[in-house]
Design a protein around this ligand. Sequence first.
Ligand SMILES: Cc1cc2nc3c(=O)[nH]c(=O)nc-3n(C[C@H](O)[C@H](O)[C@H](O)COP(=O)(O)OP(=O)(O)OC[C@H]3O[C@@H](n4cnc5c(N)ncnc54)[C@H](O)[C@@H]3O)c2cc1C
Length: 404
Amino acid sequence: MKNITEVKDLCTGCGTCAGLCPQNIIKMEIDQKKGIYVPIIKGECNECMTCIKACPGIGVDFKELNMMIFGRQPKDLLIGNYKDCYIGYSSNEKLRYNSSSGGMVTQILLYLLKEGLIDGALVTRMNPKKPPEPEPFIARTPKEIKESKGSKYCPVPANTCLKEILETPGKYAIVGLPCHIHGIRKAEKINKKLRKRIKYHLGIVCNHTPTFKATEFLLEKLNIKKEEIKNISYRGEGWPGNLKIETKSGTILLLPEYWGSGFGQLFIPKRCNFCVDHMAELSDMSFADPWLSEFKNEKKGKTLIITRKNSNILKEMENKGVCRIEPIKPEKVILSQIYNLYVKKKLHMKSLYHSNFPRIDFIDKIIGFFEPSRLKIPWTLKRRYISLYSLIASLKARRDFLGK
Ligand SMILES: Cc1cc2nc3c(=O)[nH]c(=O)nc-3n(C[C@H](O)[C@H](O)[C@H](O)COP(=O)(O)OP(=O)(O)OC[C@H]3O[C@@H](n4cnc5c(N)ncnc54)[C@H](O)[C@@H]3O)c2cc1C
C-alpha cells in the first residue's frame, strides 16, 4: 500500500491520516453514495507512509497495544484490561438530563479543565453551519465542553484534530469511539509528541456508527429537507432520551420511539462489520448506557464506566461532590452489552487474537449467517426481524459468556 486511498472499504473514516499527514494534503470528505467520510489526497504525495502506519482501518495489533498501554494482556476478553466498573452520574442535574446517559464524560472533562489537568479536549458537536454534519474540535472552555455533550449517531472524523494537538503545546484529553482510540494509539506509537501531550483517553462504547444515510432516511420519512434543519440532537432530555430536530421555521420534533425502532441497524458502514472492539478496550476509561433491567425505570440517566487507567480521578471527583459513583459487578457490565459483545467477539472475530477465546461453534455460524446487516429485508419487516434476532443471539451469548 502506497497511500491512504488504497485502504478503501477498510477505512473507518476516523481522520487519523488527515490529522497526521506531514504534508497536510489529506482531507476527509463525505462520500455521498456511502454516507461515510473517506480520505482524499489533495496534492503531490511523497509516500512517507505516516498515514498507513497509523491507520486503524488496516488493522489493530491489540496484543502489542495492550502491552504498550497497560503492560499486560487482558484477563477479561470481553471487557479488556480494566481496574473497576462503576455506575455514575454528574451532580449537575441540567448536564445529566441533557447528555447521553449520566453526563459523566462531559463532567470528567469539565473537572480536568477546572483542575488544570488539561488545556483542551478533543470532542464533537454538531456543526452549527451544516447541522446534520458533525464538527470535531478542541474545546478549551467549559462552555465549549458542554456544547459537545450527547452522542452523535453519524460518522465523525474526530482524529483530524490531532493536527491541532501536534501544533499547539499543552495537555489534552480525547473522547472517541473505539476506532478513534485505535487510530490515536497507533499514532502515539509513532509520534512522541502525541504520546506526551494526550493525557486522558475517554472511550465511548460503540456497537456501530450509523452512516449519514440513517439521518437522511429519517428526514425523508419526516418530510424535512436538510437545509431546513437548525439543529439536530440524537440524545438528551432524560434517559434514554429523545432525538430532537429543530427546524429554521421554529418547529421542534421529538422522536422518543426512535430508540425502539433499530433504524440505525439498517445503515451500518461496511467497516463496522469487521470491528471486534465494542468496549473501547484501548481507552483509559470506557463509557456506556446501562442497558439492564434494574434501570428500566431510570429517567434522569446514569453512565456505565469501566476504568482501565487514571481511575483515581473518579474518586477525587466524588469527594469534591461533582459526581456520584457506585461499583457495579463486571458481569453486569457484560450483561448490559451482551448482544453487541456477541456480535463483535464471535461473529466478527474472523482471526482470533486470543487463543483461549470461546470457540465459534455451529450455532454461532448459523446465527452469523442470519445477521441483519447481511440480509436484504424490507424496512417494515426488518425492525421485527432485528428484535427476534437479537433475542436469539443474546440467549446464545448469555450461555457462552456468562454460563446462564
Ligand atoms: C455511535 C455511537 C454508538 C454507541 N453505541 C453504544 C452501545 O452499543 N452501547 C452503549 O451502551 N453505549 C453506546 N454508545 C455510548 C452512549 O451513547 C454514551 O455516549 C455513553 O453512555 C456516555 O454517556 P455520557 O452521558 O457520559 O456522555 P456525554 O456527557 O453526553 O458526552 C458524550 C461525549 O461523546 C462524544 N461523542 C459523541 N458522539 C461521538 C461520535 N460519534 N464520535 C466521537 N465522539 C463522540 C462527545 O464529544 C462527548 O464528549 C454509543 C455512542 C455513540 C456515539
